[in-house]
Design a protein around this ligand. Structure first.
Ligand code: ATP
Length: 460
């Protein structure tokens, strides 16, 4: 069904309220607690490359799995793909990347720093005020060689987007998966861009992951499907808890559109450094399939059996990164509040995204409480990512879990040893209830998988 709801009017000013979050706080929390480390840090780091640590990798997997479940496996009109990063060099000729995937680059003649000409507001170097060179086009694709000989015939590129792997497999998937238009192919994978000015932590990196959909439709139905995907993708971020006031859909102006695109809109989030793109949703017309048909000499059209007509499908492309949404979920979830004269840092992540779903604590290190808590940890571990912590005061242990967004804290105490009940503390409200150990798995599952609104309404 095509949704007829309209996307709400974006609030350009954001929610207006003061936020505790800054990029410095997020970057420092990420490093301290093991979400994200700088790549090759022991060697001084490698520019704009990041490694996901034990908590980061769980968060990232939860995001990509949520996307995969919502966009692919729960739908009848979508299938998945995992294409190789290295592709035939002709792909990039056909797609236009070899000739046109460039940014205008200028150098400072004095300090030698490099900038994207289109991001400068002044005609001089922003770092030292020096004179800049003429702008020249710089191709963002990483080049390498396939095989032992480093000559022009063996040049291959690291893909700058996952999309082309989908286009060149269009006929394969159509035949193998017996799909009919309209249908889509989704893919999650690494992409590489030799960005001139990377920065803002995970926001702009040279190696990153994308979650992309190419949705193939009948020409004439493309605008309806474009509206549908803008709404669907916008709603997806809200479903996982992004503040509505900090999310907007920005339509591209005619001057921003690629020459073949019929329309494009970006889902943008208000980061501490301003409104920035999380995902682009473009109506690409029939450009991609036509280009690949021409360059490969293969027929990439679709034959509609019912109507007895052949056509080249139009494509709607919702194209998201993984790092940018991950950063938005972290920034949006970050909160500080004063509880009993102490500042509590809490990540109010949706429980489905939280890297650890529950932590188990023995109140005291005696009476067999640690052994009981470990047994509960082992029981839960078969179903969820859980942590165990017996070090320090219980309040400190709760705080450590609040800071990484663990939605539930389970405490084993004196009473547990008598009647096999535990207390379950909910992260956001800090309320506690007692419940029998035998109900824990079902209760946690219900609360961890529920829509966030449901979780709040039925807070423990
Ligand atoms: P920008 O204008 O910010 O460079 P873009 O419009 O070139 O982005 P697309 O080509 O539309 O980006 O890529 C789709 C998505 O892939 C982006 O919305 C973003 O989430 C992600 N992405 C693109 N480039 C990067 C990058 N250098 N680092 C991290 N994510 C990226």
């Amino acid at each position: 069904m095509i949704s007829t709801r309209l996307l709400g009017t974006p609030t350009d000013s954001g929610s207006g309220g003061q936020r505790a979050v800054t990029m410095e706080k997020i970057a420092s929390l990420c490093k301290r607690r093991g979400f994200v480390f700088q790549s090759s840090e022991v060697y001084g780091g490698l520019g704009s490359c990041w490694d996901y640590g034990p908590l980061g990798v769980e968060l990232k997997r939860n995001i990509t799995e949520a996307w995969w479940r919502d966009m692919i496996t729960s739908r009848e009109d979508m299938v998945g793909l995992d294409a190789a990063i290295l592709m035939h060099p002709r792909v990039w000729e056909a797609s236009g990347h070899l000739a046109g995937f460039t940014d205008p680059l200028v150098d400072c003649k004095v300090c030698k720093h490099r900038f994207r000409a289109d991001q400068l507001t002044e005609p001089r170097c922003p770092d030292c005020g020096g004179e800049l060179t003429e702008s020249r086009n710089f191709n963002l694709m990483f080049k390498t060689f396939m095989g032992p000989v480093e000559d022009t015939a063996s040049v291959v590129y690291l893909r700058p987007e996952t999309a082309q792997g989908i286009f060149v497999n269009f006929q394969n998937v159509l035949n193998a998966a017996r799909q009919k238009i309209p249908f889509g192919i989704g893919q999650i994978g690494k992409s590489f861009r030799n960005e001139i000015t990377p920065g803002n932590f995970l926001f702009r990196t040279r190696e990153f992951e994308q979650m992309e959909i190419e949705f193939f439709v009948k020409p004439g139905e493309d605008e309806m499907w474009h509206r549908y995907w803008k709404q669907t993708r916008f709603d997806w971020y809200l479903k996982y808890g992004i503040d509505r006031a900090r999310l907007r859909l920005r339509e591209h102006g005619a001057d921003e559109l690629a020459h073949y695109a019929k329309g494009c809109a970006d889902v943008e989030y208000e980061f501490p450094f301003g409104w920035s793109e999380l995902e682009g949703i473009a109506n690409r017309g029939d450009f991609d399939l036509k280009q690949h048909a021409e360059f490969s000499g293969k027929d990439l059209s679709f034959f509609d059996e019912e109507r007895r007509e052949r056509f080249v499908p139009y494509v709607i492309e919702p194209s998201a990164g993984v790092g940018r949404p991950l950063l938005a979920f972290l920034v949006d979830a970050y909160d500080e509040e004063v509880v009993q004269d102490e500042t509590r840092v809490v990540l109010r992540l949706d429980p489905r995204l939280a890297p650890v779903k529950a932590a188990v604590f023995p109140l005291m290190r005696k009476e067999g409480q640690p052994e009981k808590a470990l047994a509960i940890r082992d029981l839960l571990k078969r179903h969820f990512a859980v942590a165990y912590d017996q070090a320090g005061a219980i309040g400190r242990r709760y705080r450590r879990q609040d800071e990484i967004g663990t939605p539930f804290g389970i405490t084993v105490d004196h009473e547990t040893m008598q009647n096999d009940t535990v207390t379950v503390r909910e992260r956001d409200s800090m309320q506690q209830v007692r419940m029998p150990v035998e109900r824990l798995v079902d209760e946690l599952r219900a609360r961890v998988t529920a829509d966030r609104a449901g979780v709040v309404a039925t807070a423990l």
